[in-house]
Design a protein around this ligand. Structure first.
Ligand code: NCD
Length: 332
């Protein structure tokens, strides 16, 4: 956690992200965003989807605005989709090369942010390995700047959560009768956290978080979920199965973490194990995938997989979020 120098108690992140009129100004976490707002964002996202093979949706709603991508952790999908989303809305997009940026020379994150602010960057998309960074920046930027969390340690990944919700809604419609099973390294997964928060808000029927005990979440972090330590119980009758990668980069001590073969045997999502789920269950994965560890290739490339659709939805969701914070800025 980043230590704050402020002596007053901080407003919760959930409040910081809305302006005085309840409009989305920053997107830091799905926690605290209500069902109506999540549903509106999903509805907006649908408008940015076009038929495969046709040209992608475009608008000029962010023309004149500048979006800066600041990824202080590796990324393929999230970074590329924010880049495309900004461009397809007519914004200028700046992809900061963090390997050659001054933060490597010891510059504080806020000095980097103030530098971009001085260049009139309006939206900063931030990914960072430390918890608290997006909210810390959001509390310190000028009124006209929006911060979008593109992955915060093991805490939160709100646009991923939204694209997961959209994908589930497209296939399954209403959430209240659904059983969603998320399998993998739950403890270190910001994807699992944001998905769980969003699913809880939309009223999912049952949420199961399945992992070996060493990778189980803190139950208080996800009070809405049933924590399960075996795949058999976890997949039984599931409508949606989401597989997650082991976040080795966030695990200091690998004691108690099963080896690859043992992990696949007990927690890998294979066609054989999927027999336990509903016949029309969909299979999701946020990527990057470790085939043969958390998911079998035959599943990842098979008929139940919606993994590439998640990627497509990611661009649409990020367009909807960018457009929305742009509207909040223009209303000032
Ligand atoms: C995830 C992330 O970075 O949290 N990937 C993504 O954004 N699509 C998941 C992961 O790294 O395992």
């Amino acid at each position: 956690m980043i230590a704050s120098t402020e002596s007053m108690p901080l407003r919760p992140e959930a409040e910081v992200q809305l302006d005085a009129n309840g409009n989305l100004r920053h997107l830091l976490t799905l926690k605290g965003l209500d069902k109506a707002l999540l549903t509106e964002i999903l509805d907006d996202s649908e408008q940015y989807l076009t038929a495969p093979g046709s040209l992608p949706a475009r608008s000029q709603s962010l023309a004149g605005r500048t979006v800066g991508n600041l990824f202080f952790e590796p990324s393929t999908r999230t970074r590329a989709s924010f880049d495309l989303a900004g461009k397809r809305l007519g914004a200028d997009v700046l992809n900061l090369d963090v390997n050659t940026s001054s933060r490597k020379k010891g510059e504080s994150i806020l000095d980097t942010i103030y530098t971009l602010e001085a260049m009139q960057v309006d939206v900063m998309v931030v990914r960072d390995a430390s918890a608290g960074v997006p909210a810390y920046i959001a509390r310190n930027v000028d009124d006209h700047v929006s911060i979008l969390n593109a992955g915060e340690a093991d805490v939160s990944h709100p646009t991923q959560g939204l694209l997961d919700l959209l994908t589930i809604r497209q296939h399954k419609g209403a959430f209240d009768e659904l059983t969603v099973a998320i399998v993998g390294d739950i403890r270190h997964s910001r994807v699992a956290m944001s998905a769980s928060q969003g699913l809880a808000t939309l009223g999912v029927g049952e949420l199961r978080l399945i992992s070996p005990p060493a990778l189980a979440p803190d139950p208080e972090a996800v009070p809405e979920a049933r924590i399960v330590d075996n795949l058999r119980d976890g997949l039984d009758g599931a409508d949606v199965v989401m597989a997650l990668r082991i976040q080795r980069e966030r695990i200091g001590n690998l004691d108690g973490i099963p080896g690859i073969d043992e992990y696949f045997a007990n927690y890998g999502v294979s066609n054989e194990r999927l027999e336990l789920a509903k016949p029309d269950a969909i299979v999701m994965h946020p990527g990057p995938m470790n085939r043969g560890i958390e998911i079998e290739s035959a599943v990842a490339d098979g008929p139940r997989s919606v993994i590439t659709q998640q990627v497509t939805n990611g661009v649409a969701v990020r367009m909807a979020v960018l457009e929305r914070v742009g509207r909040t800025m223009s209303a000032k």
